[in-house]
Write a protein of this length. Structure first.
Length: 334
């Protein structure tokens, strides 16, 4: 039985979690579009904006919105921590029976929420919003995303659906489990996917941004992709054993060949070129292998330091701390 059938106390029915970074223009449009949709489902909702260290007037816009409507709440970060962490903070602070992470730029259409709630009402614990096409993304993003999902799904034991983003509805029971995941380096899509539960899907066509421009530069996407692979697969670590074995076997044969040749045909000095290429090639391999190991060690280092995942500068609006106190071991509210 999910939390729809068994709401607890005065908890809101739906919490939207919205990470925002320099989105002063998009926020009023978002709230304007969202309010009637949410009201049509149930007036008992909350929107939690996480201001991810914006450098424009985003925080003032949010403050005004929160004063005007108490159901709008704000978690203000001390600096930019990235969308994944902002989502985590929002989920930590959400008290609804269902939690819906959503982008502020209306690329995740509000009209989908009633459909998601409908599925949730039927008893599904997770309702995914799947894009039926990616035509609103740039060509480069489509190709790189396609490659990423192919590699990712080959390497990791958790299948990652290629057409769903962070936009989804999660029942309270799923959220409570998600909040127990302690890792600091987070790839939310993968974490979401690894939880399981009864899942339903609703389809939509992803529109283009309502205002402002994308916050994800290619470097950021590359970092995110690397994060996804490294946090959900150890294949890149293990493969070095096999590369090593193949190279070593090759070297043994080559050595045998050289010994035989020297025995029967004597020593010949030329061989500088082949020697150099073997040395350079092997060094390249070793450095690559070390680089991969370093990626993992860097992550272990970050986990072990145990620093807070995010730092909240200020919270605006009323939060129910019994229900929402940063369950996240690394979260800290100052
Ligand atoms: N975002 C964030 N922190 C960041 C970058 C982005 O909170 O460091 C938010 C952004 O405000 C938006 C959402 O993440 O609400 C998705 O960003 P965007 O629309 O730029 O990404 P895209 O849709 O192009 O993938
Ligand atoms: Mg967007």
């Amino acid at each position: 039985m999910n939390a729809y059938a068994k709401p607890e106390g005065a908890r809101p029915l739906i919490s939207l979690v919205v990470p925002v970074y320099n989105e002063e223009e998009a926020i009023p449009i978002f709230i304007g579009a969202m309010r009637p949709v949410l009201d049509s489902v149930d007036e008992n909702w909350e929107i939690i904006f996480v201001n991810d260290g914006s450098r424009d007037t985003t925080i003032d816009v949010l403050r005004a919105a929160s004063v005007a409507d108490g159901r709008i709440k704000v978690v203000d970060f001390s600096r930019n921590f990235g969308k994944e962490v902002a989502l985590t903070a929002g989920i930590d602070h959400a008290s609804g029976a269902a939690v819906v992470p959503i982008d502020v730029d209306l690329q995740d259409p509000p009209e989908l929420i009633p459909q998601m709630v409908e599925k949730w009402r039927e008893g599904y614990e997770v309702v995914l919003a799947a894009r039926s096409d990616r035509s609103s993304d740039s060509w480069a993003k489509r190709v790189s995303a396609g490659m990423f999902y192919k590699v990712m799904n080959r390497m990791s034991s958790v299948p990652l659906p290629s057409n769903v983003g962070d936009f989804r509805l999660m029942d309270r029971c799923v959220v409570d489990i998600l909040r127990q995941y302690p890792e600091r380096q987070r790839f939310m899509k993968g974490l979401f996917a690894s939880l399981g539960f009864r899942q339903a899907t609703v389809e939509y066509v992803r529109p283009t941004r309502s205002a402002g421009e994308t916050k994800f530069r290619p470097v950021r996407l590359w970092t995110l992709a690397l994060e996804g692979i490294v946090s959900f697969s150890t294949a890149p670590l293990k493969i070095w054993t096999y590369i090593g074995i193949v190279c070593a076997s090759f070297a043994v044969f080559y050595m045998a060949w050289i010994i035989m040749k020297t025995l029967f045909m004597g020593v010949d000095m030329p061989g500088y070129a082949s020697l150099m290429s073997v040395i350079l090639f092997m060094n390249g391999l070793i450095l690559t292998g070390m680089g991969v190991i370093a990626e993992y060690i860097a992550r272990i280092f970050n986990e072990v330091k145990g620093r807070p995942l995010y730092i909240v500068r200020e919270r605006i609006g009323s939060f129910d701390d019994d229900m929402t106190a940063p369950g996240h071991t690394a979260g800290r509210v100052l």
